[in-house]
Design a protein around this ligand. Structure first.
Ligand SMILES: Cc1cc2nc3c(=O)[nH]c(=O)nc-3n(C[C@H](O)[C@H](O)[C@H](O)COP(=O)(O)OP(=O)(O)OC[C@H]3O[C@@H](n4cnc5c(N)ncnc54)[C@H](O)[C@@H]3O)c2cc1C
Length: 452
């Protein structure tokens, strides 16, 4: 597609106008959108871009939250969704080899027909692709049990900036020097375009039991939860969040003490034993069990939010409409467990000082991973509200840095957080730039993302 035939949805991914950012609310239209069907076609487009002095932006489901798939006006968007073949399933080894454009939910469905499951189950599973999940090194609900998407990659096929196709050996473990596949995991298409991957997948668990509890307060719940992990349990689901009163939310939300959703999956005996241990820990923290319906609803609706990012008219999503008078953002920082409570206190104080409202403060998949959602109503001056949220997010990230944490554990950096990459990596930012320059000397691959 070229010129006016390019749909406006390619101007930005899910980094939309309602976010607290001083960057442009969307990108320009790219010069062209190409939908390759093979790695060889991707290589042809790469060589074309190289010769023509153009840029390439890999595009999967366009659900990335950081603008990692935003084009520039001199770029070709490589929409990989036509590359969606399952090349092989090996149920004995528990692996699948799949092309990068396959949507995660479709892959999981295919695997389930063979008694397997993908394991990577992000909120965005119905729309996000394998390539996007690898490009951002995403994490899903079962992240503690199954690892990140990157942990599941055994080997991959990628097209380099000169059009060479590289295939790494899909081994369970290997100590053969640099782990080359890691170059392409979480690097947002800046050093190569992933065209296929061999992933670790898992037998569908015989049973999975998820329950919900109300905790008295955050710190008591946090202590009990930490004990659950220290006992050696491996939750398949853990979502612990307290909620606050926040104005101008376009959806219903109740403020209150924290809720914990906890689940275990596997053989019946292991699940039963895990629950015996976890219950003991939760009882000693005076956790009250909530009706089973609560956990059932949580689980059934876990992907619903992604449909807010479907277009309802060209270039306009449901989220754009629902959040037109609201600036809504979040931070997902990883911290040493010993600093979580200090971070919570500091984060709430930062928001109070800046007149930005917390919606929820929580821990997801494991006690070190914080998610914090914030909101500010637009009362007249939209750019002032955006600036206040942007400044709060930066301050929240800097606080995480000061406490020894990392600024983002799930969504990547894209363009939204690129200005903070130097603070995150220190001298490592230089090393990352030198690697990029070596692998992509003409800066063809997704320039500007990750601060590169
Ligand atoms: C409502 C909502 C909920 C979300 N929940 C989660 C969640 O639970 N967990 C989670 O991890 N993420 C979540 N996300 C973020 C997003 O879904 C993930 O980052 C996802 O992995 C992106 O996949 P995608 O296919 O949409 O990639 P895109 O958005 O298309 O691309 C993401 C990045 O990867 C690059 N890329 C895409 N394909 C390739 C490729 N083949 N080779 C190299 N680079 C490539 C792009 O250039 C871009 O930099 C959520 C997003 C939304 C909107």
């Amino acid at each position: 597609m070229t010129g006016p035939s390019i749909p406006p949805r390619y101007q930005t991914d899910a980094f939309r106008a309602h976010r607290g950012s001083l960057l442009e609310e969307r990108g320009p239209s790219p010069l062209a959108v190409v939908l390759p069907r093979t790695a060889a076609e991707v290589a042809t487009v790469v060589r074309f871009a190289l010769d023509a002095g153009l840029k390439l932006v890999p595009w999967g489901g366009g659900t990335g939250l950081m603008g990692g798939a935003r084009p520039s006006s001199d770029s070709i968007v490589l929409d990989l969704r036509e590359m969606r073949r399952v090349r092989a399933i090996d149920p004995i080894s528990g692996t699948v080899t799949v092309e990068a454009g396959m949507v995660l939910e479709a892959l999981d469905r295919r695997l389930r027909r063979r008694g397997l499951t993908l394991g990577h189950d992000p909120w965005s599973q119905p729309r996000a692709t394998v390539g996007g999940a690898i490009g951002t090194n995403g994490i899903g609900y079962a992240g503690y049990l199954r690892g990140t998407m990157g942990d599941q990659v055994l080997g991959l096929e990628a097209v380099l900036a000169d059009g060479t196709v590289i295939r790494t050996r899909p081994a369970a473990r290997s100590t053969t020097g640099l782990d080359l596949k890691r170059l392409f995991i979480g690097t947002e298409g800046t050093v190569g375009i992933v065209t296929a991957a061999t992933l670790r997948v898992f037998p569908v668990p015989a049973t999975e039991v998820i329950r919900a509890f109300r905790l008295r307060d955050f710190s008591t719940g946090f202590a009990a939860l930490s004990r659950v992990y220290d006992d050696g349990l491996t939750p398949s689901v853990m979502d612990f969040e307290e909620t606050f009163e926040a104005p101008a939310l376009p959806w219903g939300a109740e403020a209150g003490p924290p809720t914990l959703y906890l689940g275990f999956a596997g053989a019946k005996e292991i699940v039963a034993a895990s629950w015996r241990v976890a219950r003991r820990r939760l009882r000693s923290a005076h956790a009250s069990p909530l009706p089973n319906r609560e956990a059932g609803d949580y689980w059934r609706t876990r992907h619903d939010i992604i449909y807010m990012h479907d277009e309802i008219s060209p270039g306009v999503t449901r989220a754009d409409v629902a959040l037109k008078d609201t600036i809504f953002d979040y931070v997902h920082v990883a911290l040493p467990r010993s600093r979580i409570l200090a971070y919570r206190r500091a984060a709430l104080a930062i928001l109070r000082r800046r007149g930005v409202h917390p919606i929820g403060f929580g821990l997801w998949t494991q006690p070190e991973l914080v998610s914090l959602e914030v909101v500010k109503p637009v009362l007249g001056d939209r750019s002032a509200a955006k600036a206040a949220v942007a400044a709060s997010v930066d301050a929240l990230i800097r606080k995480a840095h000061a406490l020894g944490g990392s600024m983002e554990y799930v969504h990547g950096i894209g363009v939204k957080l690129a200005h903070l990459i130097g603070e995150e990596l220190g001298i490592g930012a230089d090393l990352a730039r030198r690697i990029k320059e070596t692998l992509d000397p003409q800066d063809v691959l997704n320039p500007g993302k990750l601060g590169l």
